[in-house]
Write a protein that binds this ligand. Structure first.
Ligand code: HEC
Length: 103
């Protein structure tokens, strides 16, 4: 019984640290790749010609990045930027989705 308890605790803690790691990874990549320089701090753009990303749906953000990567969606900036997010689409999207679009 004790052993099962320890296994469960380990599992919960691992899952918890993995999910918070995913968010900090997304945040780190969003800033490191320079996304913030256009889309604003925490995904809130201050430039009318650049869309805000905060509070968007995770799957939708991932999908847009894939469209920019494949060229299905055309934009000179994003066709250059999206390939750099390769492998981090999901964590960046998860980070942006939980940002408050209003602040
Ligand atoms: C040089 C400025 C610039 C940089 C850097 C940049 N973007 Fe963009 N991004 C844009 C512009 C402009 C658009 C709007 C494109 C359009 O009109 O189709 C856009 C669109 C998007 C969209 C779709 C939003 C929508 O409302 O349709 C996503 C998602 C996105 N960018 C994510 C990112 C991520 C993630 C990064 C970092 C890897 C990044 N962008 C870096 C300028 C930039």
């Amino acid at each position: 019984m004790k052993k099962i308890f320890y296994i469960l605790i380990t599992f919960v803690l691992t899952a918890f640290s993995m999910s918070s790691l995913a968010n900090s990874e997304g945040e780190a990549m969003y800033n490191a790749l320079g996304c913030a320089s256009c889309h604003g701090e925490n995904g809130r753009s201050k430039d009318e010609s650049i869309p805000s990303l905060a509070g968007n749906d995770v799957d939708w953000i991932v999908q847009q990045l894939e469209y920019f990567q494949s060229g299905e969606r055309q934009n000179a900036y994003m066709n250059a930027m999206a390939p750099m997010a390769e492998g981090f689409e999901q964590s960046i999207a998860e980070y942006l989705a939980i940002q408050d679009p209003q602040k």
